[in-house]
Write a protein that binds this ligand. Structure first.
Ligand SMILES: Cc1cc2nc3c(=O)[nH]c(=O)nc-3n(C[C@H](O)[C@H](O)[C@H](O)COP(=O)(O)OP(=O)(O)OC[C@H]3O[C@@H](n4cnc5c(N)ncnc54)[C@H](O)[C@@H]3O)c2cc1C
Length: 476
């Protein structure tokens, strides 16, 4: 295996003469495009390029497909979405269209319930409380999308109406940590205002990650193969992996902005300041699931019920109950509080989930937990966080990341979408668009064709900008 390094390049052309092991693999010889990362963006880009009859190699550093949209079945014996779970705007979501078009698809996709449950301490909210909360949430969402009076960007928290009273903390949690992984004070109002509102959601019974994996079937993906170096400044474009080197015509880089910020891939010459600054202004927020196996409906909730609480401060969470009827309950934490807690340990996260559920449903809730597992996305070595949210003043950074470097290295992924950032469909569409740009740069499609079910647009964005609906306390 050849091993390229800065030193070998500086030393001269010897490394360029080395026989790269990967390039000797017949299916990788003369590959047109290398795609770094097999998440939603990488999978979409690969499908588009292959549909245009271009040769592609997808390198994935971890040992599984899907990135931040992956389903684990091993731990609980039922699907557990480690990252994305909500399928936004299903009518327009390109993943749904394409997954259901796949003849062999056995995926069961069903509408998410539109209501939500609100707890005030250990009881359900009264009708009047629910009305005040919903009205406040609607006013807050409107204020975010009505930026008319602001000439310059401000922290999104400043847009919230001043009269939300006792519901302010809940609404701030829902629109910030829960939806974006960041507290609204750290989010650009412009970035948030541009996010496409969504009307509805769906779930995939087998898991959103399973749906994405179905779309990756048959693609030339090499797992456990991190790209370690990209040499983009000389005559040849060279991509180094832990298994050898390739010389494609273009690279599509779908790694998260935090991965770029942490210099995990060496670039020779170093990446220009412009995209690096842009990535640093789009850092990832913190969002995690604490999954609890609680069979037998011990909390008396409906399948896929979403539960929020009348918050007392920053230590809030949300619950998605009885996920797809499996008995799995997911407590979600995010933002500053979630980051601090996930930084401690998985045990601390599980302990918090038990304590939080007990405060809302009584002490029997904790006793009903059979097994538990928490994600810690900030510690995932190939991702390092949840989803990008621009800091105040930094919404323009997304457009900068759309520019290629040296007409050879292209960025794609959720952060590289101006209106659907932070979502799977945004990552997917970014992958497709970037593949189109690469096709134009390297000479267009050999045969005009579209990826199966290739779509032009998707709808919406962040998880809680759907129209809030009440579930009256009598229903429960
Ligand atoms: C807890 C959580 C909940 C979420 N909930 C939702 C939701 O309900 N709905 C929704 O739409 N979105 C949700 N999201 C966001 C969504 O998951 C992401 O926006 C989307 O999956 C990002 O896809 P991507 O392709 O841009 O990046 P990624 O999925 O991060 O893919 C990039 C890939 O690159 C790989 N990689 C990194 N470095 C290298 C390297 N050097 N060499 C090779 N490979 C490398 C990584 O392993 C990764 O697989 C959630 C995210 C999290 C974390």
């Amino acid at each position: 295996m050849s091993r390229l390094s800065r030193r070998s390049f500086l030393a001269g052309s010897a490394a360029l003469m080395a026989a790269p092991a990967l390039a000797q693999t017949p299916d990788l010889k003369d590959v047109d495009v290398v795609i770094v990362g097999a998440g939603a963006a990488g999978i979409a880009a690969a499908r588009r390029l292959i549909a245009a009859k271009r040769s592609v190699a997808v390198f994935e550093a971890s040992n599984r497909i899907g990135g931040r949209c992956a389903t684990d079945r091993a731990f609980f014996g039922v699907p557990f979405d480690l990252g994305a779970h909500w399928i936004h705007n299903p009518e327009a979501n390109p993943l749904i269209t394409q997954a259901t078009q796949a003849a062999q698809s056995k995926l069961d996709i069903y509408p998410a319930p539109r209501g939500q449950t609100l707890r005030v301490g250990a009881r359900n909210a009264l009708d009047g409380e629910m009305e005040t909360y919903l009205a406040g949430l609607v006013r807050a969402q409107r204020a975010i999308h009505d930026l008319g009076k602001f000439k310059s960007d401000v922290p999104a928290s400043r847009l919230l109406p001043g009269d939300l009273g006792g519901w302010r903390s809940t609404i701030e949690f829902i629109l910030g940590p829960y939806a974006l992984g960041k507290n609204l004070a750290n989010v650009s109002a412009f970035d948030l205002a541009r996010a496409v509102p969504r009307e509805s959601d769906a779930f995939c019974r087998q898991g959103y990650g399973a749906l994405l994996a179905a779309l990756a079937a048959g693609l030339p993906i090499r797992l456990s193969t991190p790209v370690t170096m990209i040499y983009w400044g000389g005559k040849a474009l060279i991509v180094e992996t832990n298994k050898g080197d390739l010389r494609p015509r273009a690279v599509i880089l779908t790694v998260s902005t935090n991965m770029l910020n942490e210099d995990k891939i060496e670039f020779i010459p170093p990446l220009p300041k412009r995209p690096l600054d842009a990535a640093s202004r789009l850092s990832l927020g913190s969002l995690d699931h604490i999954a609890l196996d609680m069979p037998g409906n011990p909390l008396g909730l409906q399948q896929d019920d979403v539960v929020f609480e009348r918050g007392q401060g920053g230590r809030s969470a949300a619950l998605l109950a009885d996920v797809s009827g499996t008995g799995l309950h997911m407590v979600e934490i995010g933002g500053d509080f979630g980051r601090g807690l996930s930084g401690q340990s998985e045990a601390a996260m599980i302990d918090f989930a038990g304590e939080w559920l007990s405060s809302l449903f009584g002490s029997s809730a904790r006793r009903a937990i059979r097994r538990a597992r928490a994600t810690r996305w900030n510690q995932e070595p190939w991702v390092l966080g949840a989803m990008s949210a621009a800091a105040p003043g930094d919404a323009g950074a997304r457009k900068i990341l759309m520019e290629p470097v040296g007409d050879r290295v292209w960025f794609a992924g959720e952060a590289v979408h101006e209106t659907q950032w932070g979502t799977v469909e945004g990552a997917w569409e970014s992958g497709e668009r970037t593949a189109e740009r690469v096709l134009r740069a390297i000479g267009g499609a050999r045969t005009e064709s579209k990826a199966p079910g290739h779509s032009k647009r998707t709808g919406r964005t962040s998880r809680t900008q759907r129209k809030p609906q009440r579930r009256s306390s009598e229903q429960r």
